[in-house]
Design a protein around this ligand. Structure first.
Ligand SMILES: Cc1cc2nc3c(=O)[nH]c(=O)nc-3n(C[C@H](O)[C@H](O)[C@H](O)COP(=O)(O)OP(=O)(O)OC[C@H]3O[C@@H](n4cnc5c(N)ncnc54)[C@H](O)[C@@H]3O)c2cc1C
Length: 230
């Protein structure tokens, strides 16, 4: 584990409050898929963010900018509002969240930036000459909170027998009714039975709902892998 100074090099708005942030590292680094970095923002231990990808000396993260609460620290605001050329201290790499090395069909349950740790791992596995299937269930409040859907569509076209995705919104209005499609609504016996491993990533409450639903559907605890953004 080491500490280094990184420089914000590029900032892309993926939605109104989700940013793809490119940080320049002092030198090229090898990254293991699913690792995360921890930003030291006030001289004490700070907030952690999963690494989407490292290309030579550029680390790419995706961060959601949360609104400031009375008790919150607002670090995601500091990171998302930073200007290009701003410098930050980070500690890395830390624990990594990885796909199991086997040919089991895998189901992914993600909300927003919960896609970050495993997205590039899925791309790497798809490139291999294997047959397992990957299904993403991507859940946000409103359709305009979705991102990377063009990439999901391109993957579906490239790997029509192996890659599938399903988008759910919990607050959009459809035919005059506010949709209430939570990720757990998608989890029926017929869906769950097609997969042998389940990967969940987002806030603790969402992970607990999914675990509960999967247990009701007789999924074994050891087949459920998760990363909590807390
Ligand atoms: C291993 C790990 C990897 C992570 N990777 C990422 C990542 O890739 N991208 C990313 O955007 N975040 C990621 N996070 C979450 C991140 O570390 C912070 O928790 C998040 O940015 C909020 O920090 P803040 O200081 O802005 O929140 P605060 O100012 O403390 O909170 C602001 C408000 O937002 C709410 N809030 C904050 N976080 C959440 C949440 N997760 N779910 C629901 N409500 C919340 C709070 O209730 C509060 O009202 C990761 C966390 C961990 C532990």
């Amino acid at each position: 584990m080491w500490m280094m100074q990184v420089t914000l090099e590029k900032k892309i708005n993926l939605t109104q409050d989700v940013y793809e942030l490119h940080y320049k590292l002092p030198e090229p680094k090898i990254m293991l898929p699913g690792q995360f970095v921890t930003f030291i923002l006030t001289g004490i231990w700070g907030r952690s963010y999963s690494i989407l990808e490292i290309i030579d000396d550029i680390a790419i993260l995706i961060i959601k900018k949360w609104e400031q609460s009375d008790w919150g620290r607002g670090w995601s605001i500091a990171l998302c509002d930073a200007s290009v050329w701003d410098e930050f201290k980070v500690v890395w790499p830390s624990w990594h969240f990885v796909l199991q090395d086997n040919s089991d069909n895998k189901l992914f349950l993600w909300t927003g930036t919960g896609l970050v740790p495993l997205y590039n791992q899925i791309l790497e596995w798809l490139k291999k000459d294997s047959r397992e299937k990957y299904q993403l269930v991507f859940w946000v409040r409103h359709m305009n909170d979705m991102f990377y859907t063009d990439k999901f569509e391109a993957l579906k076209l490239q790997y029509p027998d192996r890659f599938f995705y399903h988008l759910l919104t919990s607050r959009d209005e459809e035919n005059g009714i506010i949709g209430k499609w939570y990720v757990t609504d998608f989890l029926s016996e017929s869906v769950v039975d097609k997969y042998s491993e389940y990967y969940i990533c987002w806030a603790p409450a969402m992970i607990e709902w999914c675990q509960k639903r999967l247990t009701e559907l007789w999924v074994l605890e050891e087949k459920v892998y998760f990363e909590k953004y807390s």
